[in-house]
Each structure stands twice: as structure tokens, then as C-alpha cells.
Design a protein around this ligand. Structure first.
Ligand SMILES: CC(C)(COP(=O)(O)OP(=O)(O)OC[C@H]1O[C@@H](n2cnc3c(N)ncnc32)[C@H](O)[C@@H]1OP(=O)(O)O)[C@@H](O)C(=O)NCCC(=O)NCCS
Length: 178
């Protein structure tokens, strides 16, 4: 994995040494308004991050890529992540501490990750699953070119009834094809 940069942001491949600071970043209750829970301890998060340094699912078939997002003042503000499947598809997710919402920073961070996934991991289709009530995430994905999947695609992907599946196809021009 490579370090990525966009605007004032640096995205660093996530490692166990990020866990103590990320524990504080991810302890923000606003992040969990629609789903998931904050990490229980910095030690638990460190263990999880150490496992994720393999960058692979336990059976080795998927690439699990996580980048932490750093500001020029050295503060970490959140992360972006991708699960890359062998068939050129990737599922993405992201979380920022709410002190940094509303500034277009998530958009920049996800955008640079999408570019990296296209250029270096051969991704041709992106997906994201979100709670239907999560308007901020919905708007972010729309701004990044994702569109709501069809009812048939929702069924096939077995998303929950209160969730949306959003998809984005990679254009040939984005892959550097003529
Ligand atoms: C989802 C999440 C990352 C979105 O963060 P965000 O800051 O709203 O997203 P963006 O980076 O796209 O910023 C958009 C906002 O910044 C504003 N903005 C300010 N300057 C901007 C700029 N230069 N460029 C783009 N947007 C800008 C936009 O107007 C918009 O504000 P609005 O929502 O009031 O219209 C954040 O809400 C989050 O971490 N939520 C908790 C975790 C979560 O739900 N994850 C997703 C699970 S599927």
C-alpha cells in the first residue's frame, strides 16, 4: 500500500501504531448515529489494526485496505477503507470524526482512494452499503458519482431492508484506456 495525498490531506496505510490516536478519533458518538459502535478500548483497536496489517481477509482471497487520514497539523481525523475482490470490484467505507464534517474532507479522501483503487488495484466497479437514513453518506456517494442500485441488485446483494446499495462503474477513460 502507498501513502496518498490530496489537497491538504495525507492518507497513510493504517498500522497498529495509529491505534491510540484513532481510538480518540473514533470514540465520537456522532459517527454511530445510524450503525456500528465505538471501539471498546485502545488495546482492542491496536490488536485489530495489527491483524489488518496483513491487508488480506483470513482466507487470503480479498484485499482489505485501510488508510488513516491526516491533516497538515498532524492530527488524524478518520479513515477510508476498501475491500477489493478478485473480480475487479471493491466495496468502500469511511468514517470521519464529526469535528471535521461539512468541509469536503471526506469527499477528497474517498476520491483519492478511488483513484488509487482504479490505477493500482484494477477496480472496475465500486459499491457501498449505507443506512437509508444516512443522508450525509448518501450525498457524499452521489457527489462521487455513485448511483442507487436497482431493486434486483439490492436483492442479489442481500442488503438489509433499511439499507441502500450504491454503485459506481469505472469509465474506460478513467482506467487510462483509449
Ligand atoms: C459520511 C461522512 C464521511 C460524510 O462527511 P461530510 O463531511 O458530510 O462529507 P463531505 O466531505 O462530502 O462534505 C460535504 C459537506 O461539506 C461541505 N463543503 C464545504 N466545503 C466543501 C468543498 N470544498 N468541497 C465539497 N464540499 C464542501 C458541503 O457543502 C457539504 O456540506 P452539507 O452536507 O452541509 O451540504 C461523515 O458524515 C461520517 O463520517 N459519518 C459517520 C460514519 C458514516 O456514516 N460512514 C458511512 C457509513 S456507510
Amino acid at each position: 500500500m502507498q501513502t496518498l495525498a490530496i489537497g491538504s490531506l495525507t492518507l497513510e496505510p493504517q498500522i497498529a501504531a495509529h491505534a491510540d490516536e484513532m481510538f480518540v478519533v473514533l470514540s465520537d458518538p456522532a459517527i454511530y448515529e445510524y450503525e456500528n459502535e465505538p471501539p471498546q478500548s485502545a488495546a482492542g483497536l491496536r490488536e485489530r489494526f495489527a491483524e489488518l496489517e496483513s491487508r488480506r481477509s483470513p482466507n487470503g482471497s480479498e484485499q482489505w485496505l485501510n488508510w488513516v487520514i491526516r491533516l497538515p497539523n498532524n492530527k488524524l481525523i478518520g479513515y477510508v477503507q476498501a475491500t477489493v475482490y478478485p473480480i475487479g470490484r471493491a466495496a468502500i467505507a469511511y468514517e470521519l470524526n464529526s469535528a471535521y464534517w461539512g468541509r469536503g474532507l471526506a469527499r477528497q479522501a474517498v476520491q483519492v482512494m478511488l483513484g488509487e483503487l482504479i490505477a493500482r488495484y484494477g477496480v472496475k466497479q465500486f459499491s457501498a452499503v449505507l443506512k437509508q437514513q444516512n443522508q450525509r453518506s448518501f450525498k457524499l456517494l452521489q457527489r462521487l458519482g455513485f448511483a442507487l442500485a436497482t431493486p434486483a441488485e439490492h436483492l442479489r446483494a442481500e442488503v438489509e431492508r433499511d439499507e441502500f446499495l450504491m454503485l459506481r462503474q469505472v469509465e474506460a477513460s478513467e482506467r487510462g484506456a483509449p
